[in-house]
Ligand binder design. Structure first.
Ligand SMILES: Cc1cc2nc3c(=O)[nH]c(=O)nc-3n(C[C@H](O)[C@H](O)[C@H](O)COP(=O)(O)OP(=O)(O)OC[C@H]3O[C@@H](n4cnc5c(N)ncnc54)[C@H](O)[C@@H]3O)c2cc1C
Length: 634
């Protein structure tokens, strides 16, 4: 055991000395805690990890707990020993534990180097939804486990994983042995997963495969070279992926056609991050809540509140069938009512119309966030670097410009260039075919999914807040929070030329219509009249005198309106990846997609249940939205 490991009091029966010795100088370490309970053990583990001189670059903890335990976490874990030892850690954890629900939720702690995935439900249900391989298992409450649960546990273990038992936990030794767990020779209450049979898949992530031992200090003598990854596209999708990979020890080069980051849709002056909701709590709704939680964490950590974001909640106005947004109309037609998810949305009337209040929602300026994500010592930005094709060159990717110039080389490439990914992939496919790149296979159907990407253009109208006494000064009666539904509205947003209001946005598949700016403003004004008639009257003079400014951009939309995340290459260890198709909700999806992509690339626990992850996966069956609706119809 390294001398730096502090003498720890075992908390609830676990001492982490043996764990800390095993994880020394590893790139990452994964712990599965089947009895997360009130978080005592986790706090002890966190403290051990923090204090360790040779700690792994990233620590992943997956904790299984009941809904009652999850709800208690938000209260701050106060009380007697041993929490007082870890009060600051307990408070940091509690701050992120608001409104936990059944299923998985990923919390990022210590700047994202510690990921905690809280899995709320029974151990049997939560183990079945994992796609992970633990290095260490903390086994609690397993005396009632049957052979199926123990087999499910075994499926979550790496070969060689150590199992520590909590005091009072006595799983059936025969069932353990049958599932491949052997008692450890040291005689502690400890077992090791070491089955006699060969495992079908020994998962290796890109981090492990391409650069084992890649830690934050990967250049240190004796360590393998850190894996290099090129990320194409410096919007919120690319920047969040770059950050997630840099935290995992990758050296990341980010290439963008624009001179500065956030030169595409992510140059949006402000956007709303607000969860989607639906009558059946669809995968899209559940994913958007997880994505919103992660995005709010990132904003809290990296942005200046009041200037670059504000987490004050968002009101979704529901104005009757004519004024409803598409998603809401769908819900209303199915149920006759709009659903509210406890904690995440509650009914709130505003004026004469019903609405839903989303307390965990915010406005965010995406460009400062992109800048902050890219601001990491392992990330280099290359502007005015439009990537035209990718070539294979001795187990690396070579990135070329349209003029044939070599822009860079990398072990892995992530395409995060929104609609631009389709052409780039199709050119690359031609190139590989022409050069007869033996052994390269595309994920089935993925080229068709890329061909189906659509650009939906949009305009956001904005103008200065009316000056006090100007006659148009009704701002004291304006909502102090953003409002969305049929279009969206936010006001009092800090800009270099004083506070502005924003009204949006249009959706156009036709680029010519999109180019007609007066028509775009008129469309936004019309939406505002429906959404907030009094506000529309107050800003009408600015529209009328053509003082309103326009910001324009294009959203990249997939065949089923969910992002496409995962490998492009069909291989045991793919080297070509995609993170695109954020649609109109990039702020709710990008941080989650980055976590998911990094998890797949590095063989880590997933941030969401495996069935939800599949609905974002590039390998999902290609079903269009219309086809989904047809199969759901009675
Ligand atoms: C009017 C409007 C309003 C919106 N409002 C909201 C909102 O309120 N909330 C919300 O969540 N979302 C909103 N969105 C959507 C949001 O802006 C997008 O989902 C998000 O910005 C997409 O991020 P991205 O990184 O995938 O794409 P982008 O930000 O477009 O980034 C792609 C980057 O790839 C680069 N690129 C392309 N091809 C290449 C190449 N071959 N080589 C190098 N670089 C390349 C581009 O230059 C670009 O910088 C809105 C969008 C619009 C247009």
């Amino acid at each position: 055991m390294p001398a730096t490991v502090p003498a720890l009091q075992p908390v609830h029966g676990f001492s982490f000395a043996s764990v800390a010795a095993a994880w020394s100088s590893q790139a990452s370490w994964t712990v599965l805690d089947t009895g997360f309970g009130s978080g005592h053990t986790f706090l002890n583990l966190w403290q051990t990890w923090r204090a360790h001189a040779h700690k792994p670059g990233v620590l992943h903890c997956v904790g299984i707990l009941s809904l009652a335990e999850a709800q208690a976490l938000a209260s701050g874990l106060t009380g007697a020993t041993p929490h007082s030892l870890f009060q600051d850690l307990a408070s940091a954890l509690a701050a992120q534990c608001y409104d936990l629900e059944p299923g998985f939720q990923r919390l990022l702690l210590d700047g994202g180097t510690l990921s905690l995935t809280l899995c709320v439900g029974t151990p049997a249900a939560m183990l079945a939804k994992q796609d992970m391989q633990a290095d260490t298992v903390l086994l609690a409450g397993a005396q009632d486990w049957d052979k199926w649960q123990i087999k499910a546990l075994a499926r979550c273990c790496k070969r060689g994983a150590g199992v520590l038992f909590a005091h009072g936990t006595h799983p059936n030794p025969e069932l353990l042995a049958d599932a491949g767990f052997a008692p450890d020779a040291e005689g502690l209450p400890l077992a090791v997963y070491n089955p006699r049979w060969q495992l079908r898949s020994e998962r290796k992530g890109a981090g492990a495969g391409a650069g084992a031992g890649a830690t934050a200090d990967a250049a240190a003598p004796g360590r393998e070279r850190a894996p290099r990854c090129a990320v194409i596209g410096a919007g919120i999708a690319g920047a969040s992926v770059a950050r997630a990979l840099a935290l995992r020890g990758f050296r990341v080069d980010v290439y963008d056609a624009q001179p500065h980051p956030a030169g595409g849709a992510s140059g949006l002056p402000i956007g709303l991050v607000v969860p989607h909701h639906s009558a059946d709590d669809s995968p899209r709704s559940r994913l958007s809540r997880q994505g919103t939680r992660l995005m709010l964490q990132q904003a809290r950590q990296l942005l200046l509140q009041g200037q670059d974001w504000n987490p004050g909640g968002v009101l979704e106005r529901t104005l009757g069938p004519d004024g409803l947004a598409e998603d809401e109309a769908e819900v209303l037609s199915q149920t006759g009512t709009l659903p509210a998810t406890t904690g995440w949305a509650r009914p709130m009337d505003y004026g004469d119309a019903p609405g839903l209040w989303h307390p965990h929602a915010a406005w965010i300026k995406p460009a400062p966030l992109v800048q902050q994500w890219l601001d990491h010592p392992h990330i280099r930005y290359h502007g005015q670097a439009a990537v035209h094709t990718l070539e294979r060159a001795s187990a690396q990717w070579l990135l070329r410009s349209a003029g044939g110039l070599e822009l860079g080389r990398a072990d892995h490439v992530v395409l995060a260039n929104a609609s631009g990914s389709a052409d780039l992939v199709l050119r690359t496919a031609q190139q590989l075919q022409a050069k007869g790149a033996a052994g390269f296979s595309w994920v089935p159907d993925v080229l068709d999914k890329l061909r189906a990407l659509q650009s939906l253009h949009g305009t956001l109208s904005h103008g200065p807040m009316p000056v006090a006494g100007s006659g148009a000064d009704h701002t004291s009666a304006w909502p102090t929070f953003p409002v969305n539904g049929h279009g969206s509205w936010a006001s009092g947003i800090h800009t270099e030329s004083g506070p502005h209001w924003y009204a949006g946005s249009t959706f156009r598949s036709d680029a010519q219509e999109h180019a007609d700016i007066p028509q775009e403003h008129a469309a936004n004004f019309h939406k505002l009249q429906t959404l907030l008639p009094d506000v529309a009257r107050a800003v009408w003079p600015q529209f009328d005198s053509q003082q309103v400014q326009a910001w324009q951009g294009s959203r990249c939309v997939t065949h089923d309106r969910l992002p496409l995340v995962g490998p492009l290459q069909e291989a045991e260890q793919p080297a070509l990846w995609l993170c695109a198709g954020m649609g109109a909700r990039g702020l709710s999806f990008s941080a989650l997609c980055a976590e998911l992509l990094a998890a797949w690339m590095c063989g880590e626990p997933l941030p969401v249940e495996n069935n939800l992850a599949r609905s974002l996966d590039t390998r999902r069956p290609r079903r269009t939205r219309a086809a989904q609706q047809r199969t759901q119809a009675p």
